[in-house]
Design a binder for this molecule. Structure first.
Ligand code: NAD
Length: 297
């Protein structure tokens, strides 16, 4: 298939590589020349602008951009995708943005005659490189079905979530829970260890008891409990505090618009924001345990 790919960063770069490996023909664009050069070396063609990419002979365009303002700029701008793209081209936005912005852009696409789905991902940069991402897809069922062969080249778990924007709804709800549960895991682990428990023994008890969750059994925030968790390598790699902060901002904003309480989500947002403000935005989000115990390295 002929695919246009826009946004070749930490996630988009490896996703685009997997499309090439699956035999798709790629035309790419990014503001970063180095990111484009990396894909061209692997066999992609470079488009000199968004407008040229939109007007090129592609069947599908995928975008993987930092935030809603970039997505709106790229799709709705004067020289943006929707101004130039042919109506039969299918559009897939895999960026993580708020559901309302996703619906706004999809509505504008529909008005131009283009089918569009939101398809945010989870699985991080490791999942992007391995082609094992989870895609949460919002839009028409028929558009989900049409996108499946393309998404399967980049992911393993591809889930239809319902109408436009629902992929983003699933993503923000899951990540809000993750942000909250990591703080809970940090609080409990720090309490137990400070009262005299060995961290590995405590984690073992929790992980066979009712406190068990992904943040305790797969990504435990206490150093030394899990050899391959970021906590055991100085909180490097993994999922950055600032990315978690972004997702919690999306959750609280969506909650405001839906007039729904997210009491713990908002509290979690404040904790990560404080931690980020102290210069820790680049550390893995499980480093939030340092808010409880400054001696943890
Ligand atoms: P990134 O900052 O590494 O990459 C974004 C890319 O978009 C950059 O290469 C940038 O140059 C490009 N870009 C920005 N504006 C552009 C424009 N107008 N035209 C063309 N290119 C433009 O970000 P990332 O880590 O790849 O994340 C992308 C999205 O995926 C975000 O929405 C993020 O929340 C989400 N996400 C990230 C992770 C992760 O672990 N990094 C996991 C899941 C979801």
């Amino acid at each position: 298939m002929k695919i246009g790919f826009l946004g070749l960063g930490n996630m988009g770069g490896p996703m685009a590589h997997n499309l090439l490996k699956a035999g798709h023909e790629l035309t790419v664009f990014d503001l970063s020349e180095a990111a484009v050069a990396n894909l061209v070396e692997a066999g992609a063609s470079a488009a000199p602008s968004i407008a040229v990419l939109a007007g090129s002979n592609v069947e599908v365009i995928i975008t993987m951009l930092p935030a809603a303002q970039h997505v709106k700029g790229v799709y709705l701008g004067e020289d943006g995708l929707l101004a130039k793209v042919a109506p039969e081209v299918r559009l897939i936005d895999s960026s993580t943005i708020d559901p309302m912005s996703a619906r706004e852009v999809a509505t504008a696409a529909a008005a131009k005659g283009n089918r569009m789905i939101d398809a945010p991902v989870s699985g991080g940069t490791g999942g992007a490189a391995a082609g094992t991402l989870t895609f949460m897809v919002g839009g028409e069922q028929a558009d989900f079905d049409a996108a499946l062969p393309v998404l399967q080249a980049m992911g393993k778990n591809i889930v239809y979530c319902g109408p436009s924007g629902n992929g983003q709804v699933a993503k923000v709800a899951n990540n809000m829970l993750l942000g909250i549960s990591m703080i809970g895991a940090a609080e409990a682990m720090n309490l137990g260890v400070s009262l005299g428990m060995d961290p590995k023994v405590l984690a073992g008890i929790i992980n066979t008891s009712s406190g068990r969750c992904w943040s305790t059994d797969t990504y435990n925030p206490y150093p030394g409990v899990l050899d391959n968790a970021p906590a055991s390598r100085g909180y490097t790699g993994g999922f950055g505090t600032d990315l978690m902060l972004k997702d919690l901002g999306l959750a609280t904003e969506a909650a405001k618009q839906a007039r729904q309480p997210v009491v713990l989500g908002a509290l979690a947002q404040q904790l990560y924001q404080t931690f980020s403000g102290q210069g820790n935005g680049g550390l893995d989000f499980s480093a939030i345990i340092k808010m409880y115990n400054g001696a943890i390295e």
